[in-house]
Write a protein that binds this ligand. Structure first.
Ligand code: AMP
Length: 402
């Protein structure tokens, strides 16, 4: 069974084709700059030459057509006929309170996804568009939605409610939803596999640290708390997002600077975090690390705030789980920055966390344990693979059809 995984963003489409008989990757690629000048598709077929094509891509329909063409291409293709694609799995950011797992897309589900646009105005519309286009181009192929929020639907009420008037939850669904769920779930499962234990018997903290970042407390296989919430800005600081801020600051700044809600939102999502604290140096962690290593104080302060925030969440989640067995680092920063892992894990011996510098410095590109043999908590680096998780869910749902 071959499964196409589609992650449709506002101006890009990421895709992967898996052969689920052995979970091997047949091809992956990226359609970029949809609807703007300089649009292109880059296609990476396993074992064949890369294909890069600069071509006018006015909309998502053209983008998906090009993906299908690339998969069928005489020289760079990996399938002979479109019917070889048994199912399509779509990343969908927001599944609200309705979806605690992945679903086979039908008309009712499309209507619910449309309803959730107000909860994820930037993400759900291009996700929905990707589904619609695939339904048009592959009308006989089942489509499955896999939600970033689904894994967090087990978070208990005491953790997902904010201390706001309750009717805002009832009227507008204002609560913590959490994101990156597919990644948190994937690395938690992998961590248990690496230990040779059942995930259901472990207390795990997963740190997904990339351009967007979140930490999740996974107790007995279930997400019980996570650091992103209603929107995608709470928790630790990110590339351009602010992380936790006292809400009193927001009306204060709006008044002082004469900002409307859209302008304020723009500051919180686009001008804060690394870029804001470093006064414009970069939203990229690599640039900050490089500058900080040369003594740049602005870069250092942004990194200090990140490391401090991570420590605080690790402590808090250890407390709510009454213990910790495994700490996992994943995503762009988590997988690639030994400096960050060292800084965050320093002085956490009170929790039984102790990392081995040598193992930490050499953990690159594959799943590795980086804690010392004496460390009570196993600390791991596990590359995330959200696409494979989406393909697995898609296969599971579609294999039950007929
Ligand atoms: P992602 O969103 O998962 O692609 O992660 C992007 C983030 O990972 C950016 O902030 C990058 O700077 C960071 N990153 C990637 N490689 C490295 C590296 N070698 N060292 C530090 N940060 C890295």
């Amino acid at each position: 069974m071959k499964v196409l995984v589609v992650n449709s963003g506002s101006s890009s489409i990421k895709y992967r084709l898996f052969d689920m008989t052995d979970e091997s990757l047949l091809a992956k690629g990226l359609v970029e700059r949809i609807g703007i000048s300089g649009s292109l598709i880059t296609h990476y077929p396993t074992g064949k030459d890369i294909m890069k094509k600069e071509i006018d891509i006015p909309d998502h329909r053209r983008g998906i057509e090009l993906v299908v063409d690339a998969l069928l291409n005489n020289n760079h293709g990996v399938i002979k006929d479109i019917s070889e694609i048994s199912a399509v799995g779509h990343r969908v950011v927001h599944g609200g309170e309705k979806y605690s797992g992945s679903v086979l897309i039908n008309q009712d589900i499309m209507e619910t996804l449309n309803k959730y646009i107000e909860l994820a105005p930037l993400h759900n519309p291009p996700n929905i568009l990707g589904i619609k286009v695939c339904q048009e181009l592959l009308p006989d192929t089942p489509q499955v939605g896999v939600f970033d929020t689904a894994f967090h639907q087990t978070i208990p009420e005491k953790a997902y409610l904010y201390g706001l008037p309750y009717h805002y939850y009832e009227k507008y669904g204002v609560r913590k939803y959490g994101f990156h769920g597919t990644s948190h779930k994937y690395v938690a499962i992998k961590a248990a596999e690496m230990l040779g234990k059942e995930l259901e018997e472990l207390k795990v903290i997963t740190c997904h640290l990339g351009n967007g970042s979140s930490l999740t407390a996974v107790k007995n296989g279930k997400s019980i708390d996570t650091s992103l919430g209603f929107g995608t800005i709470s928790g630790v600081i990110m590339g351009t997002r602010c992380g936790d801020v006292d809400p009193a600051v927001i009306p204060f700044l709006m008044k002082k600077e004469g900002l409307n809600s859209e302008e304020m939102n723009n500051i919180l999502y686009k001008k804060s975090g690394f870029i804001g604290l470093s006064e414009g140096i970069s939203s990229d962690k690599r640039d900050l690390e490089e500058k900080a290593s040369k003594g740049d104080k602005k870069a250092k302060r942004a990194l200090d705030v990140l490391h401090y925030g991570l420590k605080k969440y690790i402590g808090a989640y250890t407390a709510v789980m009454n213990g910790l067995d495994v700490l996992v680092f994943t995503a762009g920063i988590g997988e690639n920055s030994p400096k960050l892992r060292k800084n965050v894990c320093a002085d956490l011996t009170c929790f039984g966390i102790e990392i081995d510098d040598n193992k930490n410095n050499n953990a690159k590109g594959s799943k590795t344990v980086i804690s010392t043999d004496n460390s009570k908590v196993k600390v791991m680096v596990i590359p995330t693979n959200e696409e494979l998780m989406i393909a697995r869910d898609t296969m599971e749902i579609c294999s039950k059809l007929k």
